[in-house]
Structures are given as C-alpha cells and as structure tokens.
Design a protein around this ligand. Structure first.
Ligand code: GDP
Ligand code: GDP
Length: 436
C-alpha cells in the first residue's frame, strides 16, 4: 500500500499541468465516472506498466498573494519532502531561464532522484535544442512533448526505474491507518496519545524518509499497525502547510496509502462544511472508515447526547452509513484505547471473502423478500453472485440486462450483504454483468 510519489516541479507555463494530465489520463477518466467524486486535481493516482504511484503537480498548489519566487521555493520544498522521484520540467522553446537556474539550485539539496525533462520538444528541430539544458547540472535532459504525447513513455520508464527499491512492498500483516480531519479537531492530540500509550511499542524510526513520516507500532495483542502521517500532524510550522490545497493533498495522499481512515470530528463545534469534503475523499477512495468524535469531554451531556450526535452525523454523512462512530477525548484519554481494536475489526471486515455458495443462498432469500425491478416491461433477472475482490469487498452479479440493475436494487443487495455478514466500516461495491 505504500506507493511511490512523483512530483512535477517547474516555473509557470512550462507545461506541468499538461504533463500531469497526460500521465494520469486513464485513471482520472475512471475516477470521474463515479458520481460525487471530489478529487483534487493536483494530486492523483497513476500507473505505468503495472507500477502504481502517486503524482503531484506542485505548480497547481496556489498561494494567495504568493510571489513567484516564494511559490517556486514552496514547490521545491514540497517535492523534496513528499516525493520519491522529482521531475523538473523546463521548456525548450524559451531555453534555460534564470528561474530554471533558481529551481535547480533548490533541487540540488534534494536527496532523491531529480529527472530533468524538457517539454514542448514537439519536433526534431526542437529536440536538437535540448542539449543547452545540460548547463543546469541535472544530468541528461529528457525531451518530451506533453501536448503531443511524445517522449512520455521514455520519461515514465525513467521515473519507474528510479523508484526506491522498497516501494510497493508492505508487511502483509501490517494494518495501515491514518487520522484525517479539518484543522483543530484534535488529530495530532489523538496521534500523540495513541503512540504515547505505554502498552504500544513504537518501532525505531531510522531508515528511509518514509519511515520518519509513518510510524509503525505493535499493540499489546501483537497486532502490527502503521500510522500514516497527514498534513502537519508531526511536523508543523512550514508556511505551505497552512494552505488548504496543500493539506487536502496531504490528506489524499494519506488516504490512498491507508487501509482504514479515522475521520475526526469535533464535538465542541459540530459538523462543518470542510468535514464533509474530507469525508468525501475518504469515501471515494473506497477505504475503511471510522468516525471519531473527539473532545467528547467538552459538551454538556445527558443520557441522549451520544445518540443525538449520532443522528446528526448519520443525516449529514448519509453515504457513510457503514462507518462506526466512536466518542473519544484526546484530553482525558476516554475510549482512545478502543481505537486500535476497532481499526483491526474494520480491516478484517474489508478483507473477508464470502463463498459463492453462501452468497447465492443469500440471493435466493433476497429474491423472496423483494421482487426484482421491472423497467419498460422487462424484469431484471439475477442469476448468480460472486466476490471478485476484497478491500473493498467487490461483488459481481450476473444478470440478464445490466441496465435493469437500478441504483435502488443495488442498494438493496448491499443492505442484504450487510445484514448477513459483518461489513461494518467498509464500503461495498457491486458490479452488474450480463450473463453470457
Ligand atoms: P504549467 O503552468 O506549467 O502548468 O503549464 P500548462 O500545462 O498550463 O501549459 C502552459 C501552456 O503550454 C499551455 O498553453 C499548454 O497548451 C502549452 N503546452 C504544454 N505542453 C506543451 C507541449 O508539449 N508543446 C507545446 N507546443 N505546448 C505545450
Ligand atoms: P489538529 O489540528 O487536528 O491536529 O488538532 P490538535 O491536536 O492540534 O488540537 C487542537 C486543539 O484542541 C488543541 O488546543 C488541543 O489541546 C485541543 N484538543 C484536542 N483534543 C481535545 C479533547 O479531546 N478535548 C479538549 N477539551 N481539547 C482537545
């Protein structure tokens, strides 16, 4: 689950977003297929020859009243901190500029591979001009044309060759989770309390940079976890960390790398618009979700308070009906020790496999409960169901006509699955296929 990250850096107008869009094209098309998707366009999953990775267009992260020099500095800082491979993009039409040289200066400090790509090399004549770029001291320039699509394959080959040797690997028995939420809900307090628990053994953090960001630990029962850091939880103070887009990007990056996501809400302020954005990202990514209501020490309470708050959550986050809710206080420590156990349970649920014979028994019972829908005189026939994937659990239903599989019937089947099996905390996907 720990995927490498690639960052594109460069001055304005060299073609960063064009290159970014070209690299993520296919994935984005799939992602956009689903309704309600709220992806940040500066950060996206990508894939090349079976290698999955994440890509960041650092230029797309805008700064209010940012001077160009500051912007460039922040871009380089983000790339140096976040990325495993940095693509430094330049423009053959303008040649090497002062700003290119400034960026090169900043990137010399990076302790990671920097690939120098020269964009807008649309034709042989321009490709012959790329040799000027050796002067940047970044090694061999790679000519690309982001708008024509030439050279992109060679660039991607080089990117993939430079991925760290340990990427794409993960202990299979380690559960990755992250703590996300808008600023001040108490994310860092929760993380610090969780890791500070005396019964938790935090592995020592030498080694790769990635280990310095993610904290592996072993709980009292021997379960191995990896806590994925999100924006500013453990390292504060950088100017760019305060920008909304940057924190969204970090949250997305953490979600992508997690099995389970803790969505933290603040009991003292109630639910805000920004909470919904964050929740939407986690849901779209198909990860396990636990809703953590923090600062439960603050509100005045009676015996119905938790129930009342839960009602509000359920109506504000209807699509998260599968997520368990836990009321905690990072201040007093109330119920925090239940979190690892709950994460473990959700992880088990999202990884379980249900036998086809059991599923089909369920289908038979379901068909007795509710007749299949009829559209324009044609009735949906459901023949067979099988689980094709776990994490998240994904089921294929073979039917006479996939178009007859309405959202409401899909919903009904998902509810049947939830009633019959324990899928608490995990989204479920159903795909209708035509029986051949
Ligand atoms: P950014 O500011 O670095 O993100 O640059 P953009 O991706 O917005 O591109 C700036 C301009 O350069 C746009 O008008 C693009 O259409 C154009 N552009 C991008 N890539 C190429 C290329 O490979 N060849 C040519 N000729 N134009 C390009
Ligand atoms: P983050 O921005 O989400 O990481 O939030 P912090 O962990 O920095 O917490 C923001 C503020 O809320 C700090 O002043 C914390 O001391 C306070 N805080 C965090 N958790 C609790 C809690 O459970 N109860 C109370 N009363 N305050 C809390």
């Amino acid at each position: 689950m720990v995927l490498p990250t690639v960052a594109i850096v460069g001055r304005p107008n060299v073609g960063k977003s064009t290159l970014f869009n070209r690299i993520i094209k296919e994935r984005l098309a799939i992602v956009e297929d689903r309704p309600g998707v709220t992806r940040d366009r500066n950060y996206a999953p990508a894939e090349w020859l079976g290698h999955k990775f994440h890509i960041i267009d650092t230029g797309g992260i805008t700064w209010e009243d940012g001077k160009i020099e500051e912007e460039i500095r922040a871009q380089a800082e983000i790339a140096i901190e976040e990325a495993d491979v940095i693509v430094f993009l330049t423009n053959v039409v303008t040649g090497v500029t002062d700003l290119d040289e400034k960026i090169a200066q900043l990137l010399y400090k990076a302790d990671k591979p920097v690939l120098l790509a020269v964009n807008k090399a649309d034709n042989p004549e321009q490709r012959s001009n790329i040799y000027d770029f050796y002067s940047l001291g970044m090694g061999e320039p790679i000519p690309v044309s982001s708008s024509h699509g030439t050279g992109i394959g060679d660039l991607l080959d080089t990117i993939v060759d430079n991925f760290p040797a340990d990427s794409d690997t993960k202990d299979d028995d380690t559960i990755s989770f992250s703590v996300i939420g808008r600023p001040n809900v108490g994310k860092s307090s929760i993380v610090n309390k969780l890791l500070g628990e005396e019964r938790v053994i935090v592995a020592n953090m030498e080694g790769t940079t990635r280990d310095a960001i993610d904290t592996p630990f072993v709980a009292a029962d021997g379960t191995k976890y990896r806590l994925i850091d999100t924006a500013g939880i453990r390292r504060r103070g950088k100017v760019y960390e305060k920008t909304e887009k940057y924190s969204v990007m970090r949250a997305l990056s953490a979600i992508e790398r997690s099995d389970v996501v803790l969505l933290v809400l603040d009991a003292s302020t109630g639910i805000r618009e920004q909470d919904k954005h964050v929740a939407g990202y986690a849901h779209d990514a198909g990860r396990g979700i636990i809703i953590v209501v923090n600062k439960w020490d603050l509100p005045e309470k009676n015996s119905n308070s938790a129930k009342d708050f839960e009602k509000v959550i359920r109506s504000e986050f209807q699509y998260l009906d599968y997520a368990p809710i836990i009321f905690v206080s990072a201040e007093t420590g109330q119920r925090l020790n239940q979190i690892p156990e709950l994460v473990k349970k959700v992880y088990a649920n999202q990884n379980q496999r249900i036998q086809s014979s059991v599923l089909n028994e369920m289908l038979l019972e379901a068909s007795k409960l509710v007749p299949t829908p009829m559209i324009k005189g044609k009735r949906l026939r459901v023949y067979y169901m099988t689980q094709v994937k776990s994490n998240p659990p994904t089921f294929v239903v073979f039917v006479n006509e996939p178009e007859l599989m309405h959202f409401s019937y899909q919903r009904f089947l998902i509810n049947q699955l939830r009633d019959n099996f324990d899928f608490m905390g995990t989204p479920i996907k159903i795909v209708a296929r035509k029986r051949k």
